[in-house]
Design a protein around this ligand. Structure first.
Ligand code: GLN
Length: 479
């Protein structure tokens, strides 16, 4: 069986008519991973001992379907590393809420996907477990930080994977690998059991080749959780009801800053064609401005790093994971465990965040960034008064070469400019494949108002139905 041609519904059909069992699906997935991951390195842990649910309730299409989970989401009894040396022997004793929900839906968690260390990065090159390769061209990055999830889905190792998105880590790798990925509204999905990076920005979301598959999985993992006080009590709709709808009259905002000079011309062309397609099919296009876009990169890197420096204090060599051995006293344990356990990018963020929060600099950096964040939120509020969605490119570039940008953090950070705002504003955002440029996939970003994931699914499924990008197979895997 070639998983790339399957969907959750088609697998459900096969399970129903008895042509395959859930255990066979799991075995099939493990042998595909064994073959493809030699080239991709998308998985840190393959969960070969997974207990496949028996007595499947096949009225639930998710039952018996294999899924992968990013390795910063804790899994009871399955190693969870967050891509870091400091957690490379960490065995959680509980499941994240999203993992419990996947299990309640009888999904088979086949493994834990590679990622930038502590989700800090945009290329997957900061992982302690090595870089991940893009299935479209193995010399290129898959994006990050959910690069393992993206490569696993795009290459057909799994139908769907969970990722996390603090500043674009679901959308940018989805864009780079030609798949769909959605970051829900802040508070829509429980973060309990997600290893924290920036607590006011982090959200778990779904990545899959087909839009409908993500709608089904998101419906299953969303909702209130009394273990995460930031989750909303709002009812979770069945997101599949928004698929395949007429888009006549849909109000689509195109911010001038998202089609500006920093975006490569060949990407702009693909995006413009997609906007034209929406217009030809009855959508109303409004040209707007998100005037504070020029401040989002420094604002995000100050807030994200400040929160990270605080969240990562718990990794002290005592409570979890790696502990340095050549030590003389307690302080030595802290200093050496953290010095040896964290990689360069994580240390850079901890230092930046600690500086921005320190007495004397707090007002100038953290407080100022928080004030600008409010202005960014206002920009979005203003636009959503008269628009249903905001669209543009997901990333100013297509996937770049492995090794090309890793030594230049500022360039890497600057490329996050189009994805970061949605996290700062807490609004839902997705990337759907729009076409190709430079022989690599281009993602089309769709953002909507808080809790209006439905409009995103509506637009994404429309675009998918027109361009049928899922029919293309990544070409980089051929020998
Ligand atoms: N590239 C961004 C960063 O490095 C986003 C990461 C993320 O969303 N986890 O912080």
């Amino acid at each position: 069986m070639n998983i790339s041609n399957e969907t959750i519904d088609s697998l459900n059909q096969k399970l129903k008519d008895g042509s395959v069992t859930a255990q066979e699906l799991a075995n099939e997935t493990f042998s595909t991973i064994a073959k493809k991951d030699e080239k991709l390195n998308a998985f840190i842990t393959v969960n070969k001992d997974v207990e496949v649910a028996t007595d499947l309730d096949l009225s639930n299409p998710l039952a018996g379907v294999p899924i992968a989970v990013k390795d910063n989401i804790v899994t009871d009894g399955v190693k969870t590393t967050a891509g870091s040396h400091i957690l490379d022997n960490f065995m959680p004793v509980y499941d994240a809420t999203v993992v419990s929900k996947l299990k309640e839906n009888q999904m088979t968690i086949v493994g834990k996907t590679n990622m930038d260390e502590f989700a800090m990065g945009a290329s997957n090159e900061t992982s302690y477990f090595g870089e991940v390769h893009n299935p479209w061209n193995l010399t290129k990055v898959p994006g990050g930080s959910s690069g393992g999830s993206a490569a696993a889905v795009s290459s057909g190792e799994v139908i769907a994977a969970l990722g996390s998105d603090t500043g674009g880590s679901i959308r940018q790798p989805s864009s780079f690998t030609g798949i769909f990925g959605i970051k829900p509204t802040f508070g829509r999905v429980s973060r309990w059991g997600l290893i924290a990076f920036g607590s006011s920005l982090d959200q778990i979301g779904v990545m899959s080749k087909r839009v409908r598959d993500s709608a089904q999985v998101l419906t299953a993992i969303a909702g209130y959780d009394d273990k995460d006080a930031t989750t909303s009590k709002r009812e979770v709709p069945d997101y599949t009801q928004f698929l395949n709808q007429d888009i006549t009259g849909l109000r689509v905002a195109v911010p001038e800053e998202y089609m500006g000079a920093g975006v490569k011309p060949e990407i702009k062309e693909v995006i413009q064609n997609t906007i034209d397609l929406l217009e030809q099919n009855g959508a109303v296009i409004n040209h707007v401005s998100l005037p504070h876009t020029k401040y989002v990169v420094p604002t995000y890197y100050l807030i994200g790093s400040s929160e990270a420096s605080s969240n990562l204090q718990r990794f002290d060599g005592i409570r979890y994971g790696f502990r340095a051995t050549d030590v003389n006293n307690l302080e030595d344990v802290y200093v050496k465990s953290r010095s040896e356990g964290f990689g360069d990018e994580v240390k850079r963020r901890i230092m930046l965040g600690t500086f921005a929060l320190s007495a004397g600099y707090y007002d100038a950096y953290f407080k100022k960034a928080s004030q600008i964040r409010t202005l960014i939120v206002e920009d979005f509020k203003e636009i959503f008064k008269d628009n249903d969605v905001i669209v543009g490119p997901t990333s100013p570039t297509t996937a770049f070469g492995i090794g090309e940008e890793i030594s230049d953090p500022l360039t890497m950070y600057a490329n996050d400019i189009l994805t970061i705002s949605a996290n700062l504003a807490g609004v839902p955002a997705a990337s759907v494949p729009a076409g190709m440029a430079d022989e690599m996939p281009v993602g089309f970003q769709i953002m909507a108002n808080h809790f209006d994931e439905g409009s995103i699914f509506k637009v994404a499924s429309f675009i998918e139905s027109q361009n049928k990008f899922y029919e293309k197979t990544p070409t980089g895997m051929e020998d």
